[in-house]
Design a binder for this molecule. Structure first.
Ligand SMILES: C[S@@+](CC[C@H](N)C(=O)[O-])C[C@H]1O[C@@H](n2cnc3c(N)ncnc32)[C@H](O)[C@@H]1O
Length: 272
């Protein structure tokens, strides 16, 4: 999950979902003049600059992308940094930098909060980052077959040594009966207002199994030794086949093999 070059080339799904949600929610965001914006879990910085910044009025003051990974932050600064766009290391589940408290008019987070164990801490921190009246748009995974596949692999003796902590990387909402209620309740407890949480049914489709494999490699959080990585991904894809996510179209005109699976995306919008 630290490899910015790999992530940059294999994050079509994340970019599509960020764009779709921003289009849907852009009217709710109260832009002012000279706004300060934070993107939490910015990764390689591609979504921050190529997707999010397209929605930000041009007279913004500053966009700050933050990520727990130093490598991601370094890559983002090198490839996407400019005078008004900077990337910094920050763990949203930990103590916030002092200069960040009550600083941001808008907080965004795309495809990150499902990695966070202590949801209340992260959501409290986001609240703390916002100025009074500031808003946040948070997009993260609920149920996703990838998590079931990781769990299956962790039961296999070959992979168990590196996947012992598999639960650490499964969305806290993967098995939730009512993720909307769970998120809304936590946000209300913290003090957020105008809370709007939606759980959306989505479909991810990869044109080839290879494309799917690369997308998984780009977000694989487990430290499998380099020489075993290909084998790990092959075993992952075997489970994808067993779970019937692979469709083969074979007719007179064409032959194609694509991978598709349903998942749920949680979209939370609220104000301080
Ligand atoms: C799948 S990437 C998403 C990147 C980008 N937002 C996008 O949509 O393409 C998730 C990112 O969250 C970061 N992350 C994970 N835990 C974090 C934490 N506790 N605080 C900040 N960032 C975190 C990871 O380092 C990774 O770069």
């Amino acid at each position: 999950m630290n490899n910015a070059e790999l992530y940059e080339k294999n994050n079509t799904l994340q970019k599509r979902d960020a764009l779709q949600c921003l289009q849907e929610y852009e009217k709710k965001i109260k832009w002012k003049n000279f706004d300060t914006i934070i993107d939490i879990g910015c990764g390689d910085g591609g979504v921050t600059t190529e997707v999010l910044k397209k929605f930000i009025p041009s007279n913004y003051k500053k966009v700050i992308g933050v990520d727990i990974s130093e490598k991601m932050v370094q890559f983002a600064n090198e490839h996407h940094g400019d005078k008004r766009t900077v990337f910094r290391v920050m763990d949203v589940e930990n103590t916030l930098p002092k200069d960040f408290r009550e600083t941001f008019d808008h907080a965004f987070s795309f495809y990150t909060l499902h990695w966070i164990r202590d949801q209340e801490r992260a959501l409290s921190n986001i609240y703390e980052l916002l100025t009074d009246g500031g808003d946040c748009l948070l997009i993260f995974l609920g149920h996703m077959p990838v998590f079931d596949i990781f769990r299956q692999l962790s039961r296999c003796s070959k992979w168990h040594p590196w996947l012992k902590n598999v639960d650490r990387f499964i969305s806290p909402y993967h098995h939730s009966q009512d993720p909307e209620k769970d998120v809304r309740r936590t946000m209300a407890k913290i003090g957020y207002r105008d809370i709007d949480v939606q759980c959306k049914r989505m479909l991810c489709t990869y044109k080839t199994p290879e494309e799917c494999k690369k997308a998984v490699a780009a977000v694989n959080p487990f430290k499998v030794p380099k020489e075993l990585e290909d084998e790990f991904l092959e075993d992952y894809m075997d489970i994808v086949v067993d779970m019937r996510f692979v469709d083969e179209v074979n007719n007179n005109i064409n032959h194609s093999v694509h991978v598709s699976a349903g998942y749920t995306l949680i979209v939370a919008f609220a104000r301080k």
